[in-house]
Design a binder for this molecule. Structure first.
Ligand SMILES: C[S@@+](CC[C@H](N)C(=O)[O-])C[C@H]1O[C@@H](n2cnc3c(N)ncnc32)[C@H](O)[C@@H]1O
Length: 233
């Protein structure tokens, strides 16, 4: 297999699956509804949208989560553009992107300029400043200069794509999170929750999307906790 090829497999329902990771890009039973449940609601969005809001995503994939967030931003009539940064190691081809996103005609108005410009590193569109950082997130995130108000943690499942959930990478997520910033992810894997909790997030397990029993969310406290007794110093 060409090491740079995503090598997509199209499933019977027309949705893409990664041959490299043997995992689907999104839930085949409602990718868009999953995105709204896990990544928007999980991060308290659209309610938390505010001027200058920054979302960052590990695993930009097809751009579906970004389009859903941008559409929600436009509907919320939030002030100024949404800032969105996507980290992606194995970008889809333009044709793969076009074919995947054609499943949501209601997103076409937003999807077309992304597809036309693909692959791009910066894109300014009405209500959106998009930054795409291509490469392995374990290398690219440490050098990113931003801080996210909300993280979408959307690697493939931890048993198939463990590098996207590695302890060091979760520490970088925390280091690149604004105070009171948040994360949401579809996984409830115990080791992922524990490493995010160790970095300072207040982590909870909540109801997952569809048939998934649980997912995880977390919030960075307003102030970093100080040790309260001499034993903790
Ligand atoms: C579940 S898919 C993401 C779906 C995407 N959020 C969407 O809206 O379509 C996981 C993504 O993580 C990417 N990925 C896997 N390992 C990576 C790594 N080490 N660094 C950056 N991206 C990676 C994959 O190429 C894939 O696009």
């Amino acid at each position: 297999m060409d090491p740079n090829s995503v090598n997509l497999i199209w499933q019977a329902d027309g949705s893409p699956r990664s041959a490299r990771f043997d995992d689907p890009y999104f839930s085949t039973s409602g990718g868009r509804a999953e995105s709204e449940h896990v990544f928007l609601a999980g991060n308290g969005l659209p309610q938390r949208f505010a001027k200058g809001f920054q979302i960052a995503e590990l695993g930009f994939g097809t751009g579906l989560n970004m389009l859903v967030a941008w559409q929600a931003w436009r509907k919320a009539r939030a002030s100024g553009p949404l800032r969105y940064t996507g980290f992606e190691a194995y970008p889809l081809t333009q044709d793969e992107l076009r074919k995947t996103l054609s499943a949501w005609p209601e997103l076409a108005m937003l999807a077309v300029p992304l597809i036309d410009a693909w692959p791009c590193q910066k894109l300014n569109l009405p209500g959106l400043v998009l930054e795409l950082v291509f490469g392995d997130a374990r290398t690219t995130l440490p050098t990113w200069r931003g801080k996210a108000d909300a993280w979408f943690l959307d690697g493939f499942s931890p048993n198939k794509n463990p590098e996207m959930w590695a302890e060091n990478l979760m520490a970088e997520v925390a280091r690149h999170t604004a105070l009171q910033g948040s994360f949401a992810t579809y996984t409830a894997a115990g080791y992922v929750r524990r490493s995010l909790a160790e970095t300072g997030f207040e982590v909870s397990r909540i109801k997952g999307f569809g048939r998934k029993r649980h997912m995880s969310i977390g919030r960075m406290p307003a102030k970093l906790k100080l040790a309260t007794s001499s034993h903790e110093l």
